[in-house]
Design a protein around this ligand. Structure first.
Ligand SMILES: Cc1cc2nc3c(=O)[nH]c(=O)nc-3n(C[C@H](O)[C@H](O)[C@H](O)COP(=O)(O)OP(=O)(O)OC[C@H]3O[C@@H](n4cnc5c(N)ncnc54)[C@H](O)[C@@H]3O)c2cc1C
Length: 394
């Protein structure tokens, strides 16, 4: 089966979910990204996995979206979320209507997995971005069962995961709402595992119980604050000093993320959510530093849901070219760092530390360091000259 050897495989898990004889497992490849592995002794060559694969098969039926800035008025909830709490606003409505929400949570070993929520307590675990490839597990099968039972279902994930779900479902259920993220791409679960191990190196009695990549302790912005909670302590780390987030920049992304078929306009879901980067250039009053989402309403189903949550949110329509200006991942894939392959080989295959890999392969060339320092140097030089002239005049 070719499904095993696709370079652009996103690891969405559609083939795993569809296999009628459980011959497929999702396992880490050499860099640790989930990929299907077929047990030849179980496979009956039915070809379903190949048919269901969304790569080159799934096409969006949407038109150009409408974009809105969104701030969830429930501040306690918004502070738990990565951006303006858009996901929470939609998801709470679905739960209120006795629906089910699918999204990504940390399991007990701090591995990102898709999970099913039927109450607020379960939903809250889905809040905030887990910057790593999540395992969709059996959730496509579970969602299909819920849909067939007539339950209102919201399924959220990266664009490729939603493409996988839709391809798996085959038909367009009226009781399904899909939400995808504006997606920079995903690092591999192996890279996160290495980061966790390196973090715990001199902390023998500690176990990580939560990671928040988008803490708002220091406010919301393009600077990330990382909170790592262990059974003993809470660590607050400046994102620019975290080897994991530095590598997330572009060193550690999946191959499929670099030429993604699904992270573009028209989007493939009903609603797309992301950060409103560049909000200040548009309207400063939309930024209270606690998080502002950008949402794209991709079709009528998305618009209907938005109409129902309007009163719980501060909303403002924004021209699409304004929101794409500082957020190119709305319409295109991330570009690979030139050292990506070398970095992944050094860390994942040769088993060096993530920290040393980032130091070795994320080196900023000397001419760029000079270029960045130049404006500051020029300012100081002018200040010095003015001071000197003032002294001479005295
Ligand atoms: C890997 C990744 C890359 C991203 N890249 C960008 C980007 O380039 N630009 C941008 O504007 N926004 C990006 N985002 C989205 C952004 O970080 C916020 O998640 C988004 O703005 C929603 O924020 P919120 O406040 O509405 O909801 P939140 O409560 O913060 O978001 C929760 C939602 O994110 C989903 N989620 C969390 N982790 C994962 C995961 N690993 N895989 C799939 N779904 C997940 C949950 O299921 C839930 O639907 C990215 C998110 C992820 C996970």
């Amino acid at each position: 089966m070719q499904v095993e050897n696709k370079t652009n495989c996103t690891g969405c898990g559609a083939c795993y979910n569809v296999c009628p004889v459980n011959a497929i497992t999702m396992q880490g490849d050499t860099y640790g990204f989930y990929k299907p592995v077929i047990d030849k002794s179980k496979c009956t060559n039915c070809g379903l996995c190949e048919k269901i694969c969304p790569l080159d098969n799934y096409k969006s039926k949407n038109d150009e979206p409408k974009a809105y800035a969104l701030i969830n008025k429930d501040e306690t909830t918004r502070l738990k979320c990565a951006s303006g709490g858009a996901f929470a606003a939609f998801a709470k409505l679905v739960l209120e209507q006795n629906g089910i929400v699918y999204g990504v949570v940390w399991n007990d070993d701090i591995v990102a997995i898709h999970s099913r929520a039927k109450n607020i307590e379960q939903l809250e675990k889905m809040y905030s971005s887990k910057y790593v490839q999540a395992n969709t597990l059996d959730t496509f099968k579970q969602a299909k069962k819920d849909l067939e039972d007539g339950t209102f279902v919201l399924y959220s994930g990266t664009p490729c995961q939603i493409a996988g779900l839709k391809s798996y479902l085959k038909k367009d259920y009226e009781n399904l709402i899909t939400i995808d993220l504006v997606c920079h791409g995903v690092p591999s679960p192996l890279i996160l595992e290495k980061y966790k191990q390196e973090f715990l190196k001199n902390k023998p009695d500690e176990k990580i119980i939560n990671i928040n990549f988008r803490s708002k302790k220091r406010g919301w912005g393009s600077f990330y604050t990382l909170i790592i909670e262990t059974n003993k302590k809470e660590y607050c780390i400046d994102g620019s000093k975290s080897s994991y987030l530095k590598a997330f920049g572009n060193l550690s992304l999946n191959t499929s993320c670099l030429d993604c078929q699904f992270n573009k306009i028209p989007r493939i879901t009903d609603i797309t959510i992301g950060d409103f980067w560049g909000v200040n250039e548009f309207d400063k009053s939309l930024n209270d530093k606690k998080g502002t989402s950008i949402i794209l309403i991709n079709n009528d189903r998305g618009q209907n849901l938005l109409n129902k949550i309007k009163t719980n949110c501060k909303l403002q329509e924004v021209p699409l070219n304004v929101v794409t200006k500082r957020n190119p991942n709305i319409y295109s894939s991330s570009k690979a760092h030139k050292n990506r392959e070398k970095f992944l080989e050094y860390v994942c295959i040769k088993n060096n530390t993530l920290n040393s890999g980032v130091k070795k392969y994320l080196k900023i060339p000397f001419h760029i360091v000079i270029y960045r320092l130049l404006p500051q140097f020029a300012k100081n030089f002018i200040k010095y000259k003015i001071l000197k002239m003032e002294k001479l005049n005295d």
